[in-house]
Design a protein around this ligand. Sequence first.
Ligand code: SF4
Ligand code: SF4
Length: 204
Amino acid sequence: MIAQTGSIPRSSAAAIASSLRLKQYPGALPRLGLFISKSASLPEILQLAPPCSCEDCGHGCTMGSGFLAEGDKEKLAAFLGISVQSLEKEYLEETYLFNKKVWKPKLLREGKPYGKCVFYENGCKVHPSKPLQCKVAMGCKEYGEELQLWFMLNHLIDKEDPESVRQFAQYLKAGGKTLPGGELNDLVPDKKQLREILSYERLR
Ligand code: SF4
Ligand code: SF4
């Protein structure tokens, strides 16, 4: 299996990094032997996130739900045999992250700020078509955090939206992590443009 980290021999790590087109960087070698960059493709990421299912991940589904990416609504609606409109109405809720509207399965909050995902019942009822963020939730793997950062950088932050970039800048300032290729100046390479965004001279 890909990236059983920790005990992974350095030569194997190099082979995996090469096959995944993930770059290596010296700082990561002791921990993982490879690193995931913002530009890793979805197929590359999914190689690190096999469609496994067990109780440990299920615990997270009792406390929240994962965000959908582009195209997920259609896949989920087809899996359930309903229209996208029905899916939104019956099973999804929307929220904003980095100034972007994102959808997630409804939470059964029962008066609490958190709650069980509407699709959770002794496991994920929509496992083959679950939201992309759920698919890349590999909390038991050493690289689980990197997968979530990859999702954030590619599916939550909109580099074309100055407000999204500003909120990302605040996130970084507060100590938020990112991936190689996911620094502010990677998202907005033009220094003048970035300065204008951060100083609110550029609003849209
Ligand atoms: S990622 Fe790990 S904890 Fe989650 S379902 Fe797979 S094996 Fe279980
Ligand atoms: S869609 Fe499935 S994996 Fe995602 S939070 Fe809900 S029950 Fe868990």
